[in-house]
Ligand binder design. Structure first.
Ligand code: B3K
Ligand code: ZN
Length: 888
């Protein structure tokens, strides 16, 4: 009997892992048998691993090495022979067995404490139910194992627990046996025939209830679908279930991918570090990404549920059937799966609006990451803590890379490449090269240069210039590309960048494109490969207006010297929906930057008349596409405005945007009011896309109307708040009241809302966020007060995101208060979370690592807080982020 508890504590000197050091595993696992005796404080896990030497491993004498964390080892047996302490060695998180046979069975028994597990990694309790999170390296907190994605094995899992407390016992695969035991206990055995890496293991046990349905696959198999939730949430499952069925059908039709097991389960838990997890046959979801009811969830939440359900489902092929060789390849599954879920959403809704929203996130948050001390390639070269690399770069930029491949190849060839990839690598753990190679093979394209997108960090800047030759009737486009240096990568190579484009004539008509005698239709994809390259378009009677980077065909910053008139014209006329919106954003940015400059130079603020006139035009008559109009009526966020500068003037940006919104709202008041009334149909809620679009436009108008502070507008908001039959309208109205200058009605509405929704933790998250994002100067005090609120908990990631995440991310000028109190507040929370939940701490610290563009005063204040965090005994997660930031 051995009582050793494997390495746990934060932090024995953190080790850096390098991609270049990759070696295949020394041992393979042919089969895993797990047995869980579940108890909140002392669960006993017995594991039998059927091991064999990997013939391709270079050293045929290599010892077996297993990973483990926070495990109390009770016993260890090799081929059923107990091993004494001399038979193995445990150092930090590694258990080593030397001189083992080529084939053997290793049995270990360990004790773990799920109740104490506040990191929410491994096996833990959420609202009294057992659940697991194993990606990336959580399985080692459950049992000793070669916990790496290139070790795949079939799992058999027997779960035993108290029957009254834990009537439902779930794991991956199909249930094969169940029965009652003595002392009120019971058990269920699950078998997963598909070999999988340990990160896809899952277990759930608790007092849960299911909404059930079935799905018939294209080949005629019937799959049982089950969504498991706490009883009070049973009425919130319909939308997730419908989304799942849509996603299953879509993947069959679009990618020819069918589901493989007989059962597909989703479980909702309240305490979860991220959105959801694609465990084989048993997805575990943050309740915020699965529960949806119109009374308590907004249209945006419905959309999120649909897309996350689809994303996790799509992983069954892109991630589970074909997985990653090592964690450096994370984007192989995440980038591809994000691309697939974006395609799915585009097919369910408006493709242009979907694209606008995805690009909005990429351009504000991913571009900022790419310009920060934590910038990294889509496939990083090294890491200390892999959980730090579940980033916008790996996910969103990774998805853009796959999208570019689909643009370069065209859909038919791309689909062939995807088929080849799934067929060739089914059941294997592979690399980014394997994926790109399939795309090269089916298309005949040379994608060697393209691979640089995976290894080169930073956002490329493409500068475009047009030159019209009236005598020759030609127009020459010259594109230059440059990628700025990022930490550890000073020199950058030119990339292969697909630039989708068209030319617009004076009447808005698309012009035929002719280059080198080739007729390219009215839209083409230019392949920019060199640092500088030109194309000459022929037979152009008048100087054309270029519409470049349509649909945002590459994740780059594109500069072209458009005049305000050009932008106003493109905003109305560009045949590409995305580029219409983008022209509007460029026009607004010019106006906002002018307001920032005016403040810095002590001039009066005057909003560009071209912008006001353009918006006026958008509002004329009956809107053709209300959802698109709602997008066009959004000014660039403060974060995106900040992206345009090398040195950011926080307060001037806030004032500029605020002033622009007020001026626009005042100038356009009658039209906004007319539209609000036209779209505020007093009909009962419906999920219909048209109705959702009407709600979005109406609420966009309302939020503009209330910034004018008229009694009329505030009364409209108050009325909507009191009479709304759905959360979209209720929340929009509440936000208007709380964010308005006059706060009186806001306080009463908040109190009423809290009374109405105190029982629903997801709605209370909204209640928190609305308050901490108030633009008022007392926002910070509000945050401090809410941290003490009984509904707030530092142990619940959703609450941390709702209060601290929303404040730091969406209330920029208050977070960046000059006295540094915002930074201090965040640092206090980070320090507290360092020991409670390292993953969440490491996310929360991010805003404190973004000081590069701040003024020196704020920069110092921020660094002071980082230094303070650095002095703590840090988890590897925080250690990596904070040291990177401080050494930038
Ligand atoms: N694969 C998971 C994310 C796991 C995060 C681990 N820190 C969810 C997803 O991307 O689908
Ligand atoms: Zn994913």
């Amino acid at each position: 009997m051995n009582q050793a508890v494997s390495n746990t504590s934060p932090n024995a000197s953190p080790q850096t892992i390098y991609l270049k050091d990759y070696l295949p595993p020394a041992f393979l696992v042919k089969k895993v048998e797990l047995d869980f005796r579940l108890e909140p404080q002392n669960t006993v896990v017995t594991s039998r691993l059927y091991l064999s030497r990997n013939p391709v491993y270079p050293d045929p004498q290599a010892p077996l090495e297993l990973k483990g964390q926070e495990l109390k080892l009770l016993s260890i047996k090799l081929d059923d022979q107990p091993l004494g302490e001399e038979g193995y060695a445990i150092q930090a998180d590694t258990l080593k067995l030397a001189g083992v046979p080529d084939n053997f069975v290793l049995e270990t028994q360990v004790e773990i404490n799920p109740e104490n597990n506040t990191a929410l990694e491994g096996l833990y309790l959420s609202s009294g139910n057992f659940c697991t999170q194993c990606e990336a390296e959580g399985f080692r907190r459950i049992t000793w194992y070669p916990d790496r994605p290139d070790v795949l094995a079939p799992f058999t899992t027997r779960i035993e627990a108290d029957k009254t407390q834990f009537p439902v016992l779930l794991s991956n695969g199909n249930p094969t046996e169940k029965g009652d035991l003595d002392q009120g206990r019971h058990y269920v055995t699950w078998e997963d025939p598909f070999p999988k890496p340990s990160y896809l293991f899952a277990l759930v046990a608790g007092d849960l209830h299911a909404v059930k349905d079935t799905f018939n696959t294209a080949s005629g198999r019937q799959v049982a679908l089950e969504i498991w939730v706490e009883k009070e949430n049973l009425h919130k499952c319909d939308h997730a279930l419908a989304s799942l069925k849509n996603a299953m059908r879509w993947d069959e039709a679009t990618y020819g991918r069918e589901y493989d097991l007989d059962i597909y389960m989703i479980v909702a838990v309240n305490d979860f570090n991220m959105g959801a997890m694609e465990n084989k046959g048993l997805n575990i979801f943050n309740s915020a990404c699965v529960l949806a009811d119109p009374k308590s969830e907004t249209d945006a939440a419905f959309h999120r549920v649909e897309s996350v359900v689809a994303h996790e489902y799509f992983h069954n092929w892109s991630g589970n059937r074909v997985t990653c060789r090592d964690w450096f390849q994370l984007s192989l599954k995440e980038g591809f799966t994000v691309f697939r879920d974006q395609q799915f959403s585009a097919d369910q809704h408006s493709p242009a609006v979907e694209r606008i929203q995805n690009v909005g996130l990429l351009r504000t948050a991913q571009f900022a990451e790419d310009a920060s001390p934590t910038a990294h390639p889509v496939r990083p070269d090294s890491y200390i803590e892999i959980n730090n690399f579940y980033t916008l770069t790996v996910y969103e930029k990774g998805s853009e890379i796959v999208r570019m491949l689909s643009e370069l190849l065209g859909w038919d060839a791309f689909r062939k490449g995807s088929d080849l990839y799934f067929e060739r690598f089914d059941g294997q753990a592979v690399t980014v090269e394997d994926f790109v190679q399939c795309m090269a093979e089916v298309s005949g394209l040379n994608l060697d240069q393209f691979l640089l997108w995976y290894s080169q960090a930073g956002t490329p800047r493409v500068t475009a210039k047009g030159d019209y030759n009236a005598a020759e009737k030609t127009w020459t486009l010259t594109l230059k590309q440059e990628t700025p240096p990022t930490p550890g990568q000073a020199d950058k190579q030119p990339l292969l960048i697909p630039i989708k484009m068209g030319l617009v004539g004076p009447g808005g008509q698309p012009l035929p494109l002719e280059v080198d005698g080739q007729h390219l239709g009215v839209e083409t994809v230019l392949h920019l490969k060199e640092a500088e390259q030109s194309w000459t378009f022929h037979h152009l009677e008048d100087e054309p207006l270029p519409s470049l980077l349509r649909g945002f065909s590459a994740p780059v910053k594109l500069d072209y010297d458009y005049s305000r008139q050009d932008l106003a014209f493109l905003l109305q006329q560009d045949p590409d929906g995305f580029n219409r919106w983008d022209a509007g954003q460029r026009l607004a940015l010019q106006a906002l930057q002018e307001l920032v400059a005016a403040q810095q130079e002590g001039r009066d603020l005057v909003l560009d008349a071209e912008l006001i006139a353009s918006w006026q035009k958008l509002l004329e008559g009956e809107p053709e596409d209300p959802q698109m109009l709602a997008e066009l009526l959004q000014l660039p966020s403060e974060a995106y405005i900040a992206e345009q500068y090398d040195q950011v003037d926080i307060d001037a940006i806030h004032t500029a945007r605020d002033y622009a919104r007020k001026t626009l709202a005042t100038a356009l008041y009658p039209d906004l009011l007319r539209l609000y009334k036209a779209f505020n149909q007093q009909k009962p809620w419906s999920a219909d896309a048209k109705e959702a679009a009407a709600r979005r436009l109406k609420n966009t108008c309302l939020s503009l109307l209330v910034v004018t502070d008229t009694d009329e507008a505030l009364q409209l908001a108050e009325k909507q708040f009191q009479h709304a039959d759905n959360m979209t309208d209720q929340q929009a109205a509440l936000t208007c009241l709380v964010h308005a200058q006059e706060a009186n009605q806001g306080e009463a509405a908040l109190a009423q809302f809290a009374r109405q929704w105190a029982h629903d933790p997801l709605v209370m998250d909204t209640w928190f966020s609305i308050q901490v994002t108030r633009p008022h100067p007392d926002a910070l005090q509000r945050v401090q007060a809410l941290l003490e609120h009984p509904a707030f908990s530092m142990k619940n990631p959703n609450k941390i995101r709702a209060v601290l995440g929303a404040f730091a991310g969406q209330n920029r000028h208050n977070f960046h208060r000059r006295d540094g109190a915002g930074y201090q507040l965040l640092a206090d929370a980070v320090i507290q979370l360092n020991s409670l939940n390292p993953q969440i701490a490491s996310r929360l610290v991010l805003p404190l690592t973004r000081f590069q563009k701040l003024d020196d005063y704020r920069k110092d204040k921020m660094k002071e807080q980082l230094e303070r965090i650095h002095k703590q005994d840090l988890s590897p997660d925080l250690y990596e982020m904070v040291t990177k930031a401080l050494s930038a």
